[in-house]
Design a protein around this ligand. Structure first.
Ligand code: ATR
Length: 264
C-alpha cells in the first residue's frame, strides 16, 4: 500500500487526509494518506523515506513550505519562482518539489467570476502561502499588487522574489479593487483585523484564504460594505486536486460531496 503524508506544525486541523482518502477510496487506489506533526530536524528523515519508497509523496504546510527546499533535488518552475513547495515526490530517482497552491488560488478566483485583469490588489500578510498568491495574480495580469504585513521586514523580503511589489505600512489602507486576507487572523471566531476598509466604496472583492470558519469577520465586513466575498475553501480543494493528479496521474472528482466534507 502506498503511503502519503501531510507534514506541518501545527497539523491537527488539517483536512487534507479527509479529502485525499475520500478520493483514494473513490478511485480504488491502494493507498493511505496521513498527517504528521514534525519539527524541522525531522524533515531529513522523511525525505529519506521518500527516497527509500517507504513514503510515496508528501504535502507540506506551515511552516515548512520554504524550509523543505534545501532537502530537495529539483524544483518545478513554479516552486522555484515562489521558493515555496507544498507537494513532493520521487521522480526518476530525484526528490522533486512542486507548488500546487498557485493553481489552487488561480482556479478558485476563476470560479468566482471576478475578473482580476488590470485590477489593484491589496494583500494582508506575508506568510507561507503569499508568494503563491502573488505569482498567480501576476500570471492573471493584475495591474498592481500592494502588500501589508504586521512585521514589515517580512513584506520587504518578498521584494527579493517580486521586485515590483508595493509595500504598505501595517494599519494603513490604500485604494484597492480586491483585498486578500492571507494572515492567520480569523482562524479564531472572534479574531478581527483592525483596519478601516470602508473608505473605498462598494463592489470590491474580499477574499479570505481562511475557510474554517467559513465566514470570518473580514468577510462579514466585506459583505456589510456591499462587496463580493469568497473564502479559501476552493483554493484548498484545487491545490489538493492538483497534488492528487501529480501523484496518481488522474484527476479526482470535485463535487458537492467533496465540498461538504470540508463543511465542519
Ligand atoms: P508563517 O509566517 O509561519 O508562514 P502563516 O500562518 O503563513 O505563518 O502567516 C501568518 C501571517 O499572519 C503573517 O503574515 C503574520 O504576520 P507577522 O509576519 O507579523 O507575524 C500574520 N499575523 C498573525 N497574527 C497577526 C495579528 N494578530 N495581526 C496581524 N497579522 C498577524
Amino acid at each position: 500500500m502506498k503511503k502519503y503524508l501531510v507534514i506541518g506544525n501545527p497539523i491537527e486541523h488539517s483536512l487534507s487526509p479527509l479529502l485525499h482518502n475520500y478520493w483514494i477510496k473513490n478511485k480504488n487506489i491502494n493507498a493511505i494518506y496521513e498527517k504528521k506533526r514534525i519539527n524541522e530536524n525531522e524533515i531529513k528523515n522523511i525525505i529519506l523515506q521518500i527516497k527509500q519508497e517507504k513514503i510515496t509523496g508528501i504535502n507540506v504546510t506551515v511552516p515548512f513550505k520554504n524550509l523543505i527546499i534545501t532537502h530537495l533535488d529539483q524544483l518545478s518552475f513554479e516552486a522555484e519562482k515562489t521558493e515555496s513547495v507544498n507537494t513532493v515526490l520521487l521522480e526518476k530517482g530525484k526528490i522533486v518539489g512542486h507548488n500546487t497552491d498557485i493553481e489552487g488560488f488561480e482556479r478558485s478566483i476563476k470560479d468566482t467570476g471576478f475578473d482580476v485583469v488590470n485590477k489593484e490588489i491589496l494583500i494582508l500578510g506575508a506568510g507561507g502561502v503569499v508568494p503563491s498568491i502573488i505569482f498567480a495574480l501576476k500570471k492573471m495580469k493584475v495591474s498592481k499588487i500592494i502588500l501589508s504585513n504586521r512585521t514589515k521586514d517580512k513584506a520587504e523580503n518578498l521584494k527579493n522574489l517580486f521586485n515590483d511589489l508595493q509595500i504598505l505600512d501595517w494599519g494603513k489602507v490604500i485604494k484597492f479593487d480586491m483585498i486578500i486576507n492571507a494572515t492567520s487572523v480569523g482562524l479564531k471566531e472572534n479574531d478581527m483585523i483592525n483596519l478601516n476598509f470602508s473608505d473605498f466604496g462598494k463592489n470590491k472583492f474580499f477574499y479570505d484564504v481562511i475557510y474554517n470558519p467559513q465566514e470570518t469577520n473580514f468577510l462579514r465586513t466585506g459583505k456589510k460594505l456591499g462587496s463580493k466575498v469568497e473564502n479559501g475553501k476552493m483554493m484548498f480543494v484545487y491545490q489538493a486536486s492538483a497534488a492528487f493528479k501529480i501523484w496518481h496521474g488522474t484527476e479526482p472528482k470535485i463535487n458537492n460531496d467533496v465540498i461538504n466534507l470540508l463543511n465542519r
